[in-house]
Write a protein that binds this ligand. Structure first.
Ligand code: SF4
Ligand code: SF4
Length: 158
């Protein structure tokens, strides 16, 4: 069953990537499947609709559950990054306070590879942050703040 749910997640990602204007070749590369499988997906062939329903429920979970469940199903970090980036409808931005000591724990923890260290200070790349807050829980100096933003760029908390 996990394999079928992963196919459901890839189907949803393939549909979204198509809507974003990506070619079947690009979609196949991003999802690590061959072009004929992409074509089958987009034509609704070789798929269990029940698996798609379950996959859709997963994409609508809170960011952390969506990320961790997808990662545990795919067992593949790069594919997880692609699926979450493609299917998540929410946006987040991160801010790192000056109290950061550059320990790198958040960099190692982030499954989206959204954090880098520059001059011994962490930086969050909003393009890849999915708002799972795992880095916030992990940081020993409470230096990371993650906020959800509206599509127009405003903080939802404001
Ligand atoms: S875990 Fe916290 S202190 Fe360590 S690098 Fe990340 S933000 Fe800085
Ligand atoms: S909340 Fe933190 S751990 Fe989660 S994706 Fe964003 S930067 Fe990475």
């Amino acid at each position: 069953m996990p394999k079928h749910i992963v196919s459901g997640l890839k189907y949803i990602a393939a549909v979204n990537l198509t809507k974003q204007g990506h070619s079947q070749r690009e979609i196949a590369k991003a999802l690590k499947i061959n072009r004929s499988t992409v074509s089958h997906y987009l034509n609704g062939r070789n798929l269990s609709w029940r698996s798609i329903e379950i996959a859709r429920v997963i994409t609508e979970m809170c960011p952390r559950d969506f990320l961790l469940l997808t990662h545990s199903l795919t067992q593949n970090t790069e594919m997880t990054r692609t699926i979450v980036k493609t299917c998540q409808q929410r946006e987040f931005k991160g801010n790192v306070r000056n109290s950061c000591i550059g320990c790198g724990l958040c960099v190692d923890t982030c499954l989206r590879k959204a954090i880098t260290l520059r001059d011994l200070k962490a930086h969050v790349d909003s393009e890849w942050c999915c708002g799972c807050l795992i880095c916030v829980d992990m940081c020993p100096t409470d230096s990371i703040e993650i906020k959800e933003v509206e599509i127009d760029g405003n903080d939802r908390s404001n």
